[in-house]
Design a protein around this ligand. Structure first.
Ligand SMILES: Cc1cc2nc3c(=O)[nH]c(=O)nc-3n(C[C@H](O)[C@H](O)[C@H](O)COP(=O)(O)OP(=O)(O)OC[C@H]3O[C@@H](n4cnc5c(N)ncnc54)[C@H](O)[C@@H]3O)c2cc1C
Ligand code: FES
Ligand code: FES
Length: 452
């Protein structure tokens, strides 16, 4: 057990729960607050949406998160707002009132989650109003599935709630006295642990002391091991509050100018899960990125292409963390194109993702770097395909040779997202798309891919 101190709908709370407790379990099982629903328990449906904010950052707005895959211990020193906190007596929050007036709910199972996403939008609009474009509404509601109402009345509610009167309750900007985190170095080596270091030095020392602990950033990948495969995560080290890991720095490395991007900058856990269908790794491979691995003695840098060893196996040693990623800048003449194929437009994982970096010099392909996701056990450079295109003229024949090389160098697997044949064909088509795009540079070529 370890203690969490946070604000819950404006009221200070202290709870003792095991490290692998999610916010949803904390609410429903430990606190008896069942307004927040569990649908998928994997971050896909949004039924469990709650809002969270750092009360010590006066500029910060509330953000929607999925309670089912967020560790409860990440609530330390945060303000959590749940569906139970919105209405003040008989006075509904505008997000609730608008959902009633626009008939935005039928069975109601998705409704608390949708209302919480609208609450976050409403409070953000109150602080810094920006136009509610269709794209913005899509981003706000893209993580909330509704099976029976249909989205039109929900979007109507999002648009109309802004004009409803609302007086922020007193607790809205409540603050929390500073909490001193327990010193992880004083916890027994086998005891359960949720460490929240704030410096890289602290992080690497804790990492060395607990080599079996799992690192956690946003938890959107790691937590599924707990909710889907029932793996107990009794020792966790949270990297999300380490200051150095949240920096982006312009620099020269290996004689290339680029950026060092800290491993805690949003999106970065995408590398260490070594998922063959992760979205950023193929893009970073095509850009020839490097990763820096740090432990308590120092750090080493390796090309990302040598980081992925086999399915879910990486070059990371037991006492190391990724501290940052070096992304070289594209030269003036180089182009990067990335295409992702997935079954659903919102919130979906790739079947195949192709990243192509090159420059076209007097009609000849130069400095070609190509990487794919979904085509092998790891995200992978297409070295033979690159070789087939390097120094070749922009012609159908060159690209047909590249497609042949691609066929020869990859044997993708079949799974629910796509069969082997589909993936092979889709990757070939992405090469053809690149060719057609280069032939007609001012027109974006539409690719019709069907995930059967
Ligand atoms: C509904 C849903 C949809 C998704 N859609 C996509 C998608 O479209 N594309 C995609 O690529 N992914 C997708 N994912 C997977 C996941 O969101 C991404 O992989 C994400 O980048 C993980 O980041 P995180 O910060 O949440 O990582 P976590 O889950 O916190 O960590 C992931 C792994 O990295 C390790 N780790 C974290 N930080 C460090 C560090 N500094 N050093 C060493 N190891 C570290 C952890 O121990 C863990 O093994 C989806 C997940 C869900 C639940
Ligand atoms: S229960 Fe579906 S996203 Fe959390
Ligand atoms: S109202 Fe039934 S799922 Fe949305």
């Amino acid at each position: 057990m370890a203690t969490i101190e946070f604000l819950l709908n404006g009221t200070p709370k202290q709870c003792d729960v095991p490290p692998d407790t999610s916010i949803l379990t904390l609410l429903r099982d430990h606190l008896g607050m069942t307004g927040t629903k569990e649908g998928c328990a994997s971050g896909d449906c949004g039924a469990c949406t709650v809002a969270i904010r750092n009360p010590s950052d006066v500029e910060a707005c509330f953000q929607s998160i999925n309670a089912c895959i967020t560790p409860a211990h990440q609530l330390n020193c945060r303000h959590l707002v749940t569906i139970e906190g919105l209405a003040q007596g008989n006075q509904l929050h505008p997000a609730q009132q608008a959902m009633v007036e626009c008939h935005g709910s039928q069975c109601g199972f998705c409704t608390p989650g949708i209302v919480m996403s609208l609450f976050t939008l409403h409070t953000t609009q109150q602080r810094c109003p920006t136009p509610l474009t269709p794209e913005r509404l899509e981003a706000v509601l893209g993580g909330n599935l509704c099976r029976c109402t249909g989205y039109r009345p929900i979007r109507d509610a999002a648009l109309s709630m802004q004009s409803l009167p609302w007086q922020a309750p007193q607790w809205f900007d409540a603050s929390l006295p500073a909490v001193s985190a327990p010193d992880p170095e004083r916890v027994e080596e086998n005891a359960s642990l949720f460490a929240q270091p704030t410096t890289q030095d602290e992080l690497t020392r804790v990492r060395r002391r607990y080599p079996n602990a799992r690192l956690v950033a946003g938890a959107t990948d790691l937590w599924l091991e707990n909710t889907q495969r029932l793996v107990e995560l009794d020792q966790l080290i949270d990297v999300s509050r380490v200051n150095e890991l949240r920096q982006i720095e312009e620099a020269t490395f290996q004689e290339q100018s680029g950026w060092w991007i800290g491993a805690g900058v949003t999106y970065t856990g995408n590398i260490v899960n070594a998922s063959p269908i992760g979205d950023t790794p193929p893009v970073l491979l095509a850009l020839d990125a490097w990763v820096e691995l740090a432990n308590a003695d120092g750090s080493r840098q390796i090309p990302l292409s040598t980081f992925f060893i086999d399915y879910k196996k990486t070059a990371l040693a037991a006492d190391e963390v990724i501290s940052r990623v070096f992304v070289p800048k594209l030269t003036d003449t180089a182009t990067l194109r990335v295409w992702k194929l997935s079954k659903r437009r919102e919130d979906d994982i790739s079947a195949v993702l192709g990243a192509f970096c090159y420059h076209l010099e007097a009609g000849v392909m130069r400095d070609v770097r190509i990487a794919f996701g979904g085509m092998a056990a790891t995200p992978k450079r297409a070295l033979a395909t690159e070789k087939a295109l390097e120094g070749q003229p922009l012609s159908k024949t060159s690209f047909q040779a590249a497609q042949q090389a691609l066929d020869d160098e990859f044997t993708p697997m079949s799974d629910v997202r796509g069969s082997q044949l589909y993936r092979q064909q889709a990757a070939r088509n992405l090469l053809e798309r690149l060719y057609l795009t280069l032939c007609a540079p001012n027109q974006e070529v539409m690719l019709h891919a069907y995930a059967h």
